[in-house]
Design a protein around this ligand. Structure first.
Ligand code: TXA
Ligand code: MG
Length: 324
C-alpha cells in the first residue's frame, strides 16, 4: 500500500475525511501525539487499525469527537463528566464512560467492554477534520504497538509507511504526551493514565482525590517489572542517572551532566511543558543516532514527578521496562 502525505490545506483535509469515510486509515495530528484514525462505526476499518499497529485486540481505542455534545450521544455522561468536559475540552483529557444505549462505536474498538473512552482533541486542523467527518473517529497513537509515540508526521511514516492510507501533516504536537485518561464508570473516579492534563488540575476540578491503580501510575519507578514495556526505543534506557559514561547517550533535563557526546536536552531551563513537547522526538533521535554511533544505552536525568512531570516519568519508566 502506498501511504500518501497530505498537506494541511483544504484539499488535504477533504482527502483525509473522504479516505476515513471510505473505511481507510488516516493518521492525523492532535495536540498530544499523532493518532491513527478510522471511522469508529466501521468494524472492518477498526479491525485494520489493530493489524496495521500490531496491537493486541484486547486493548481498546479512544473515540475522538468534534464536540462534547457529539461525544455524549455515544456514552452515558454523568454530571462530573459534563463538568470536566466544560473545563478541559477541547483538550488532552479522555473520559471512560458506560456505552450509551444508541452507541455506534464498534465493539471491536471497545474490545467488548461495556465502556468507551471518548475525547474532544484541541487543534484547528484536528477540529476541522473531525467536523468534516461528522462521525466519531477512533485513533490510537500512530506507532507500531509498543514503540515510541509519534509527535510529527515524519515519525508516523517512520513506523507505519506502507501500512496505512495517508498521514495528514498537522505540524509538531503542542503538548507532546498523550491525553490523561480518567475512568468515570466506577463508584469513584480513577486515573488510568497520567497525561497532558495534570493530576493536580484534574483533582481540583473534581473536588476530590483520584484513585490511582496499584503500581502502574506512581511517579516513582517502584516495580518496573509489573509494568508493560511501552514507548520502547531500541537502546536500553537507564532512569534517574546521576552520571553518564562516554558510551551512553544522554536525555538531559536542566543543566546536562558532563560525559556524553550525544545529548538531547528536554529543557535546559527545567520547564516541564517544553520537556513533554520534546520527549518523544528526543527518544527517537537518541535511539537512532546512538545506534549509528555504536552507543550502548540512553541515560536519563531525573525529571520531577509533579505536574506534567508525572506523565513524562510514566512514559520514561515504561520506555525503561525490560522487553518481553
Ligand atoms: O492523546 C491520546 O490519547 C492519543 C491521541 C491520538 O488521541 N491516543 C492514544 O491512544 O494515546 P492509545 O491507543 O495509544 O491509548 C489509549 C489508551 C489505552 O491504554 C487503552 O487501554 C485505554 O486508552 N482505553 C481505551 N478505551 C478504554 C476503556 N473503555 N476502558 C479503559 N481504558 C481504555
Ligand atoms: Mg499508544
Amino acid at each position: 500500500m502506498h501511504t500518501r502525505l497530505l498537506h494541511n490545506d483544504p484539499q488535504g483535509l477533504a482527502t483525509a475525511a473522504a479516505l476515513l469515510r471510505a473505511g481507510g486509515l488516516v493518521a492525523f495530528g492532535t495536540e498530544t501525539v499523532y493518532g491513527l484514525g478510522a471511522d469508529a462505526g466501521n468494524d472492518t476499518a477498526v479491525a485494520a487499525i489493530y493489524t496495521a499497529k500490531g496491537r493486541p485486540g484486547i486493548n481498546p481505542l479512544i473515540s475522538h469527537f468534534a464536540s462534547a455534545d457529539a461525544a455524549f450521544e455515544q456514552v452515558e455522561a454523568t454530571p462530573l463528566a459534563r463538568r470536566l468536559a466544560d473545563r478541559f475540552w477541547p483538550g488532552p483529557l479522555t473520559m471512560v464512560l458506560p456505552r450509551g444505549t444508541h452507541c455506534g462505536i464498534s465493539t471491536i474498538a471497545t474490545a467488548g467492554l461495556p465502556t468507551a473512552a471518548v475525547r474532544v482533541p484541541a487543534g484547528q486542523t484536528t477540529q476541522a477534520l473531525l467536523a468534516a467527518c461528522g462521525f466519531p473517529v477512533v485513533a490510537p497513537s500512530a506507532n507500531p504497538s509498543g514503540r515510541v509515540s509519534p509527535s510529527d508526521a515524519q515519525h508516523v511514516l517512520a513506523g507505519l509507511d506502507g501500512r496505512i492510507d495517508a498521514v495528514l501533516d498537522c505540524g509538531p504536537c503542542r503538548v507532546g504526551v498523550e491525553s490523561t485518561i480518567i475512568d468515570l464508570s466506577r463508584d469513584v473516579p480513577v486515573l488510568l493514565r497520567p497525561g497532558g492534563i495534570t493530576l493536580e488540575a484534574l483533582e481540583a476540578a473534581c473536588g476530590m482525590k483520584l484513585a490511582l491503580p496499584a503500581g502502574s501510575n506512581d511517579a516513582r519507578p517502584t516495580a518496573p517489572g509489573q509494568l508493560s514495556s511501552h514507548y520502547a526505543p531500541g537502546l536500553p534506557v537507564r532512569l534517574d542517572a546521576r552520571s553518564v559514561t562516554p558510551d551512553e547517550a544522554l536525555l538531559a533535563f536542566g543543566p546536562p551532566l558532563p560525559g556524553s557526546a550525544l545529548v538531547w536536552n528536554l529543557s535546559a531551563t527545567g520547564d516541564l511543558h517544553e520537556a513533554a513537547a520534546r520527549l518523544f522526538a528526543g527518544l527517537r533521535f537518541l535511539d537512532m543516532e546512538g545506534h549509528r554511533r555504536g552507543l550502548v544505552g540512553i541515560a536519563v536525568q531525573p525529571v520531577p514527578g509533579h505536574g506534567l512531570g508525572r506523565a513524562i516519568r510514566d512514559r520514561l519508566i515504561r520506555a525503561a521496562c525490560p522487553r518481553p
